[in-house]
Design a protein around this ligand. Structure first.
Ligand SMILES: Nc1ncnc2c1ncn2[C@@H]1O[C@H](COP(=O)(O)OP(=O)(O)O)[C@@H](O)[C@H]1O
Ligand SMILES: [Mg+2]
Length: 245
């Protein structure tokens, strides 16, 4: 794929509302959110549980469609895309990292990463090397043949990062990536993501309610009750060195 152009609009939400039907009721999860994200950002969506963080990330990640308003990804209104075209965008352009890691238990670390690359439609050539490189880059060179159950939580999240990175996506979406990690491992995972952001220019959007995670973001978009209440850019800090372990 082409490298991201720094400064170009990567995604944009315009007046986005999201309603979830709940029996006879409707939950208004988003009440008119407008946000623009530029290629190369390292941005946190922050806010208490239920404020709409996952809903925003799911919309940006093309896992769901808005009830009202528009979502643009790389300049295209996603409403104009069919479900299969959306699936294609997800597979090729977006990497996902989840709080519960979501690795396939019967596959090794190598196979988990390899599967994501195959699904992205990447050319066969050099696949094995790319998988190995992705796992090396997250510090797992010696763990490629282990299954998830044979890895610590922090190591499993590193596999998930490698799986997201191997497609060389324009955007990586991480919904509370440190929620199931202790603070030391959480910090290491954030530092690793930041290094990937600095080295490859990959845009990272993540959600959190953890202050330690927010402290590492370059931009913090605060949500409350389905609305953006603050949007703060933070001075760039020196690129951290990824910790091992
Ligand atoms: N699938 C769903 N069905 C019904 N309500 C939902 C669903 N997903 C989220 N919600 C509601 O939407 C609101 C926002 O949820 P969410 O985006 O998950 O917030 P956060 O990630 O910040 O905790 C909450 O009130 C939540 O209960
Ligand atoms: Mg959530």
């Amino acid at each position: 794929m082409t490298s991201p152009v720094p400064g170009a609009a990567l995604c944009q939400l315009v007046g986005v509302k999201k309603n979830y039907p709940m029996g006879d009721l409707v939950v208004q999860a988003l009440k008119g959110v407008s946000v623009e994200v530029t290629a190369g950002e390292f941005t946190a969506f922050a806010g208490p549980s239920g404020s709409g963080k996952s809903t925003v990330l799911n919309l940006i990640g093309c896992l769901d469609r808005p009830s009202e308003g528009q979502v643009f990804l790389e300049g295209r209104d996603v409403a104009t895309l069919s479900d299969s075209a959306l699936g294609d965008v997800r597979a090729r352009r977006i990497g996902f990292i989840f709080q519960s890691f979501n690795l396939i238990p019967v596959l090794t670390a190598f196979e988990n990463v390899e599967l994501a690359m195959k699904l992205s439609g990447a050319s066969e050539k050099g696949q094995k090397e790319r998988v190995e490189e992705a796992l090396r880059s997250v510090g797992l060179a010696d763990y490629m043949t282990r299954r998830p159950a044979q890895l610590s939580g922090g190591q499993q999240q590193r596999v998930a990062i490698a799986r997201a990175l191997v497609k060389q996506p324009a955007l990586i979406i991480a919904d509370e990536p440190t929620a199931n990690l202790d603070s030391k491992n959480g910090a290491a995972i954030l530092d690793l993501m930041r290094t990937m952001n600095a080295d490859n220019g990959t845009t990272f959007l993540f959600s959190t309610h953890d202050k330690m995670v927010m402290d590492r973001a370059r931009r913090i978009i605060r949500l409350s009750d389905g609305q953006v209440i603050d949007d703060e850019r933070v001075e760039p800090s020196p690129t951290p060195v990824a910790a091992g372990g």
